[in-house]
Design a protein around this ligand. Structure first.
Ligand SMILES: *Cc1c(COP(=O)(O)O)cnc(C)c1O
Length: 392
């Protein structure tokens, strides 16, 4: 049966060229980079080359890039590290209400540790108003953390504006750029970013490796204690092949960014048009233009998102919903609720995220499958029946 993968925001397939680059560092150069003999030195050299590549992709120095185990670790390190180092300066930290759980739950943890948190709500289009952040700044504010692009609704935040507000007020600015890296050009200097998280598996790299950009002069506590790796800031023997893979995947993503984005956007827009033409009573979530080119997110009234996902799976389509079961809780996604959607509508959400392996040839099949499944689920819904009767 046809398999159509439309969940690139969850993860992406490892690029063959990237895997090829990684292989020698899994098989031949297994030496510990901290060792001084030849196979150790080659590992070390390769890691430093990877660091140069990543730094050049974001316009920073190689000494400002630290490799981690994932986006989640980078987010945890940035937030906990800033809080711990600056606790005598202040204990107030600011974020948005549409962050990934890696940021949001770390903020909630900091709250338990005695920090004061302010969660600034986004506007109805899923974009934050930088002035609302500026208003929340206090004398004891030590950190602002706002994501670059949202993983559910794809909205791109005004990062450069928030960065300049933070810099003006002498507050550290962290951004979770896990969804943006490889898709949007990022210049950390120009955008006044102090800390930035990325993760390789979101841009066709391997799972289990990420990076944190730490601007020179920004002091944060360590999350891991142990050996002297990563210039004494992140203990643990390096994931050499992962680091090589991250750098290669990032480099390829940047080289092919325009081509991939155009390709993906064409398919995304065709599917969006098809859904809007074929299916009534729907809501398009998130700003229509200030969003990632690969993302669409709809709410279909009168249905449950997880039923939709399971039935699409029967048709060979892998998609995602921000609703109940998938997140392991009964509440719908905090991101959809942040847009002001009522619970019952937020439950009927569908997120499709396209990738460079997506094909124009699949558009009709995707649209027809979704239309069929939505129609079938609505036919089974008593709410829909009542609604149709009332409409006369
Ligand atoms: C996937 C994702 C993360 C987590 O990254 P991992 O490498 O899977 O830990 C964090 N933030 C955002 C926005 C993400 O999309």
């Amino acid at each position: 049966m046809k398999q159509i993968y439309l969940d690139h925001a969850a993860t992406t397939q490892l690029d063959e060229a990237v895997l090829k680059k990684m292989m020698p560092y899994m098989r031949d150069y297994y030496g510990n980079p901290s060792s001084i003999y030849t196979i150790g030195r080659e590992s070390k050299r390769a890691i430093e080359e990877a660091r140069d590549i990543v730094a050049s992709c974001f316009n920073c120095k190689n000494s400002e890039i630290y490799f981690t185990s994932c986006g989640t670790e980078s987010d945890n390190w940035a937030i906990k590290g800033v809080c711990a180092f600056n606790k005598n300066k202040g204990k107030h930290i600011i974020t948005s209400n549409i962050e990934h759980h890696a940021v949001l739950d770390t903020f909630l943890y900091m709250k338990k540790q005695g920090y004061e948190i302010t969660v600034v709500p986004v506007e109805k289009n899923g974009i934050i108003d930088p002035l609302k952040i500026e208003k929340e700044i206090r004398k004891d504010t030590i950190l602002i953390s706002v994501m670059f692009a949202n993983n559910e609704i794809g909205t791109i935040q005004p990062i450069a504006e928030i960065g300049s507000i933070a810099r003006k007020n002498n507050i550290i600015f962290h951004t979770d750029a896990v969804q943006a890296a490889g898709t949007i050009p990022i210049d950390v200097k120009e955008m006044n970013i102090d800390l930035m998280s990325i993760s390789a598996h979101k841009f066709y790299g391997p799972k289990g490796v990420g990076a944190l950009y730490i601007r020179r002069g920004i002091m944060i506590d360590n999350l891991f204690h142990g050996g002297g790796q990563e210039r004494t800031r992140r203990a643990a023997t390096e994931n050499i092949s992962g680091i090589i893979g991250l750098a290669e995947a990032l480099k390829l993503s940047l080289e092919n960014m325009d081509y991939n984005n155009n390709h993906i956007k064409k398919i995304r827009d065709a599917v969006k048009r098809g859904i809007e033409q074929k299916i009534p009573y729907i809501i398009y979530n998130g700003d229509p233009s200030q969003r990632l080119v690969n993302n669409i997110n709809f709410c279909f009234r009168f249905i449950e998102g997880e039923a939709l996902i399971l039935m699409l799976d029967f048709k060979g389509i892998s998609a995602s919903s921000g609703s109940a079961c998938t997140s392991g809780s009964l509440d719908p996604s905090h991101v959809l609720l942040a847009l002001g959607l009522p619970h019952e509508i937020a439950h009927g959400s569908l997120r499709l995220t396209f990738g460079r392996d997506s094909s124009m040839e699949d558009v009709d099949y995707i649209v027809d499958s979704i239309a069929q499944v939505v129609d079938r689920l609505r036919q089974m819904s008593p709410l829909y029946e009542t609604f149709v009767k009332e409409q006369g």
